[in-house]
Design a protein around this ligand. Structure first.
Ligand code: GDP
Length: 389
């Protein structure tokens, strides 16, 4: 996982923390890249030697502002420094690269697509992006940056997973507090999704465990992806022990449980697909989907997942809907995570592009006007004065 820019670095930093807490083995190695020294220093879990400062000769460690063209330039100039950090990773052990970045700023917005292009040229492993769209209250320049970066990033990665800050922002919250919560949400959703591909044989007994190849196949074909999530807490009592056999309580309960378990799963699948997605969109027309049911094995069953999968097929119209278990004991909840890959009906993107074009026109006009205004100020009305040289 490579975090580019401030948002990218913070999110990857959080993934590493999540990984350590859950022992989920998602992040084989983490790298943070930035043109702002202070942002790199603010990270906690990414090792120092895996933090790369780029553009030092140009911006002296102070960042590129919100200039994503400059962000792309410094990334290109210093790509060898980034490669240096990646050289320390046993790449043959990774399933894929994930480049994480906020698309509204400068460093990540410009740099992430440059890095993705570089990685694709060098490695055979898939290169995915996780792009964060800005809130609509961030203003025209951030929207313009995001629209341009989005277009470029989608082209350079094998699939772009998108999270829209705008759909998740809460009013009346401090920016920092808001981001902390949003970042937790990002890490939870993608953590379960990517964690599902890491279950090793014999770790838990499950009916049909999701494999990393299923995630890769769902993402292959490219385009834009979004992720849905829903969860419900469950009791994790010990079952099948001596006591239940003695009291003769085992059989009857289990049959009742099966229907209940199946219903819970199908309802969680609906909630995840129809609730708030990381990038809100129409799910009909989705090209490929993957359903992951995570939770204690006795609360998962094949019938529920099969029903949920069928329902997803109907809703998306896709013939390629995969599904499976992610057994996690001790979590205290059952969760459904749905990866919708190759979504095309996304009003939010169209709106973002519209606002970006308006911002671009406004910026051009303001630049022209301010040139004129400056000329008017500096030159005397009748042009009677002469410059010195
Ligand atoms: P950069 O360092 O120049 O790449 O820019 P930033 O990463 O600071 O900001 C880019 C965009 O990312 C902003 O416009 C915000 O929309 C978003 N952003 C910044 N920080 C965070 C964060 O911690 N979490 C999330 N979800 N988004 C963030």
């Amino acid at each position: 996982m490579i975090g580019f820019g401030q948002a990218g670095g913070k999110i990857v930093d959080k993934f590493v923390e999540y990984d350590q807490r859950h022992g989920s083995d998602i992040v084989r190695a983490a790298v943070a890249v930035n043109s702002a020294k202070a942002d790199l220093m603010g990270l906690t879990n990414i090792p120092q030697e895996q933090r790369v400062l780029i553009g030092q000769s140009r911006v002296k460690g102070h960042g590129v502002g919100a200039d994503n063209e400059l962000g792309a330039e410094v990334a290109e100039e210093d790509i060898d420094e980034v490669q240096g950090a990646i050289d320390g990773i046993p790449v043959h052990e990774v399933d894929a690269f994930l480049v994480v970045s906020g698309l509204g700023g400068g460093t990540g917005s410009g740099g992430a697509p440059v890095l993705a292009k570089h990685l694709k040229r060098i490695y055979t492993e898939p290169v995915y992006g996780l792009g964060i769209l800005p809130g609509s209250d961030e203003g025209g320049i951030y929207t313009l940056n995001a629209a341009r970066s989005f277009q470029t990033f989608v082209r350079e990665v094998d699939n772009l997973l998108v999270f829209d800050n705008d759909a998740w922002r809460k009013t009346g919250e401090s920016v920092q507090g808001g981001y902390d919560e949003i970042n937790d949400e990002i890490v939870r959703r993608f953590g379960i999704l990517f964690g599902a591909g890491e279950v090793s044989a014999g770790q838990e007994v499950a009916e049909s465990v999701v494999d990393s190849s299923e995630i890769i196949n769902t993402l292959s074909g490219g385009g834009v992806s979004t992720v849905g999530y829903a969860s419900e807490s469950v009791e994790e009592k010990q079952s099948g022990g001596l006591l239940s056999r003695l009291t003769g309580n085992g059989g009857g309960d289990d049959t009742l449980d099966t229907a209940h378990t199946t219903n819970r799963i199908t309802s969680l699948v609906r909630k995840a697909a129809l609730g708030r997605l990381t990038l809100p969109c129409e799910i009909e027309g989705t090209e490929r989907a993957l359903l992951v049911m995570a939770g204690p094995p006795r609360h998962l069953n094949r019938k529920g997942i099969e029903r949920g999968r069928k329902w997803l097929e109907e809703q998306t119209g896709s013939m390629e809907v995969r599904g499976g278990d992610y057994p996690v004991t001790g979590s205290g909840f059952v969760a459904s995570v749905i990866l919708l890959s190759g979504v095309t009906n996304v009003p939010r993107i169209k709106e973002l592009q519209q606002v970006a074009i308006e911002a671009q026109d406004n910026i051009d006009e303001i630049n022209r006007e301010s040139d004129d205004n400056l000329q008017n100020l500096v030159n005397d009305d009748e042009d009677e004065l002469e410059s010195l040289f």
